[in-house]
Design a binder for this molecule. Structure first.
Ligand SMILES: *Cc1c(COP(=O)(O)O)cnc(C)c1O
Length: 405
């Protein structure tokens, strides 16, 4: 992943700096409105990250110490950390071995008498089948929170991901499609939850700082409960507004690059590429490939082969229950065979907005040579030999290369 940033972001930032108001203010309000509209989401509340958005979402959904929250282990560690920050216990559910997402059945198997909420994840931008999970949870009064960190531009049942959730959390880390450097968002159709989240992210002040500073004699604020400082800045929001305008192009480009990878990978025995599920369209935030038993190399072997060709791929999605922070705890004891299989056998290929056809052909050729097939996804490919690294970050000025996101 490499963020797609340009002169428009620079100009937007310059305006904010010239305005003298850089903390949460009018740009954050505008970004919230535009994001809610784009996601058909009712209300949007900007935060400092998706991790803090998930924490707030759990708090406003009523999760308290002593509760259980079911989450996939097959996710970035922040999904489970947010549960711990809310004082609750993460209980790990397995995922479907094809999509990498939880299902109604894997969630139902992990429910406990103390389950207050479930976090479903649109993993790598793949839409989770939310309705299946809500069919298990709604009748039991269990709130389903959608971790849509990766899902800007993904659709589910013909609507933007997150639009059907009681509450969803988004990320604007540069590893995702839209970026503000760091940043996050909560979306919800519930005005009461939006209002409480808005207050809690800003120290639970009764009057926002932006409102107080807009008047000469500032109205006195009260602190209604113990809140947090989870605010986004106007600097970040100004970038976010420009980025949101790029979303359609980013998704179209990523889907076209993904389709190109998929056509070639279908010709390579032993590899399986992530694909759209029946119920939606992925933004391919992470384009992952499963290295099957029929492939001559295992996953780590293929990563090494790609690296030797100057191609920087990444291990697939992590399994949280294997990390030292969680390995020794009691997290429900569900068997997690699909999670362990996918985390051991998948890798993520380079894919970003400005990836060129020649760079992509080099990745395909390296996959083919690892499989023992003749190279040449494109006989005219000028980058067939070992050229510039693909998928590694270009550090400005120095011409040095390093891993990025
Ligand atoms: C990136 C990510 C997060 C964390 O997002 P931040 O904005 O970095 O806090 C949470 N959940 C998932 C699934 C993610 O991919």
């Amino acid at each position: 992943m490499r963020p797609w940033l340009g002169a428009a972001e620079v100009e937007a930032l310059t305006e904010v700096i010239a305005s003298g108001w850089i903390a949460q203010g009018p740009r954050v309000a505008q970004f919230e409105e535009e994001f809610a509209e784009a996601q058909r989401a009712g209300f949007a509340v900007a935060t400092s990250s998706c991790t803090t958005a998930l924490h707030l979402a759990l708090v406003v959904a009523g999760v308290e110490p002593g509760d259980d929250v079911v989450v996939p282990s097959f996710s970035f560690v922040a999904t489970a950390n947010a549960v711990v920050h809310a004082g609750a216990r993460p209980v790990f559910a397995d995922v479907d071995p094809v999509t990498g997402n939880v299902t109604g059945a894997t969630v139902a198997a992990a429910l406990t008498p103390r389950t207050r909420a479930v976090i479903v994840v649109d993993q790598g931008g793949q839409p989770v089948d939310l309705e299946q999970v809500r069919a298990e949870c709604d009748p039991r009064g269990i709130v389903v929170v959608e971790d849509a960190a990766c899902a800007a531009g993904t659709t589910y049942l013909g609507r933007p991901a997150g639009a059907g959730a009681e509450i969803a959390a988004w990320s604007f880390h540069p590893r995702k499609l839209l970026t503000t450097g760091e940043g996050g968002m909560i979306t919800t159709p519930r005005p009461d939850w939006a209002e409480r989240a808005r207050r809690l992210r800003e120290h639970a002040m009764s009057v926002s700082a932006a409102e107080r500073h807009a008047s000469v004699l500032a109205p006195a604020e009260q602190y209604l409960e113990v809140g947090f400082n989870y605010r986004m800045t106007d600097l970040q929001a100004a970038v976010g507004i420009v980025q949101l305008g790029r979303l359609r192009d980013i998704v179209a480009r990523r889907r076209s690059l993904a389709a190109e990878y998929t056509a070639h990978i279908a010709q390579i025995p032993g590899l399986r590429a992530v694909a759209d599920p029946a119920w939606g369209a992925s933004n391919f935030q992470s384009y992952w490939v499963e290295v099957g038993a029929g492939f001559p190399l295992d996953r780590d072997g293929l990563l090494a082969h790609l690296a030797a060709a100057g191609i920087s791929a990444r291990r697939g999605i992590m399994a949280i229950h294997r990390q030292p922070a969680y390995a020794d705890g009691d997290h429900g004891g569900q068997p997690l065979p699909a999670t362990e299989h996918l985390t051991d056998t998948t890798l993520i290929l380079p894919l970003h907005h400005e990836l060129t056809g020649a760079e992509q052909a080099r990745v395909v050729n390296a996959l083919r040579s690892a499989a023992g097939l003749a190279g040449g996804s494109d006989p005219d490919d000028p980058g067939r030999g070992r050229g510039e690294p693909v998928g590694a970050g270009r550090l400005e000025g120095g011409g040095a290369y390093g891993a990025q996101h």
